[in-house]
Design a protein around this ligand. Structure first.
Ligand SMILES: C[S@@+](CC[C@H](N)C(=O)[O-])C[C@H]1O[C@@H](n2cnc3c(N)ncnc32)[C@H](O)[C@@H]1O
Length: 249
């Protein structure tokens, strides 16, 4: 299945909430400053830029499946940056990396077994995977409210054959998958992280409810967002539950 296309310009503008979450993950990565690190699902490069600052003698390889996101990352990081468009499920870097950082990406990928095999293969022995993504229970409330709207006409007919794209895995099952994929050790835990985005409408339509909005014809999209915002009420709270991953190859 092709990787879903994003609006990289819009994401870059309104992803302050995601950057704040991602910076907490970056703090968990132990670095000497001379490593080669993969940013797996770099998006528009906000966290990649912070990672590059931590590697004065090292290098970052940034990979994302969306052309629009990769273009936004290149604009942010400049022409010297190693930004590659590619599906993480087909990852081939051509060299082993010392560490992999990934933020807000794995829950967009259905096949975690294959994902972890690919990431394990990309790491040198002893290399570290430090990641965070949506986990079990992520945005349950928000999805429930959006679901109530999309079950009504004129939206319902567009969702008849729709399948939610997210994979919100639990901690125990993810540890098991990581070990089965060849990691020597793995530690995972869930973390409730509710957030109030600064620009709720664009944040929801670009990130959290992007797949819903893309499913609708253009003339229904703004109306759908109006109805979702009424259903959510004020203030808009995104009931994030994050799955944290620390694993060693
Ligand atoms: C919410 S964004 C997160 C971007 C960035 N890491 C951050 O924290 O702001 C999720 C990213 O994962 C990328 N992505 C999703 N599935 C992917 C796949 N199979 N291969 C590569 N990138 C993928 C999307 O294109 C998108 O840029």
């Amino acid at each position: 299945m092709p990787v879903r296309e994003w609006d990289g310009t819009s994401y870059d503008r309104i992803s302050g909430t995601m950057e704040a979450l991602g910076r907490e993950v970056l703090e968990r990565v132990q670095l000497d400053g001379d490593e080669v690190v993969l940013d797996a699902g770099c998006g528009s490069g906000r966290i990649t830029a912070a990672l590059i600052e931590r590697l004065p003698r090292g290098r970052v390889i940034a990979v994302d499946g969306s052309h629009s996101m990769a273009a936004a990352a290149r604009r942010r990081l400049g022409p010297q940056a190693d930004v590659r468009v590619g599906d993480l499920l087909e990852l081939e870097l051509g060299e082993p990396v010392d560490a992999i950082l990934s933020t807000a990406t794995f829950h967009w990928i259905a096949d975690h077994d294959l994902l972890f095999q690919r990431l394990r293969r990309a790491l040198r022995p002893g290399g570290r995977l430090v990641a965070q993504c949506g986990g079990e229970g992520n945005i349950d409330v928000l999805r429930g409210r959006a679901g109530a709207v999309l079950a009504r006409e004129p939206y319902a007919e567009h969702f008849a054959a729709w399948r939610a794209p997210w994979n919100y895995a639990g901690a125990g099952e993810t540890e098991k998958r990581l070990l089965e994929a060849g990691f020597a050790s793995a530690s995972c835990w869930l973390q409730p992280a509710p957030r109030r985005p600064e620009e709720p409408r664009e944040f929801l339509s670009t990130i959290v409810l992007g797949p819903h909005v893309q499913q609708l014809p253009p003339d229904l999209r703004e109306r759908f967002m109006d109805d979702v915002l009424v259903e959510l009420g004020e203030p808009v709270v995104v009931d994030y539950v994050r799955l944290n991953i620390d694993a060693t190859a």
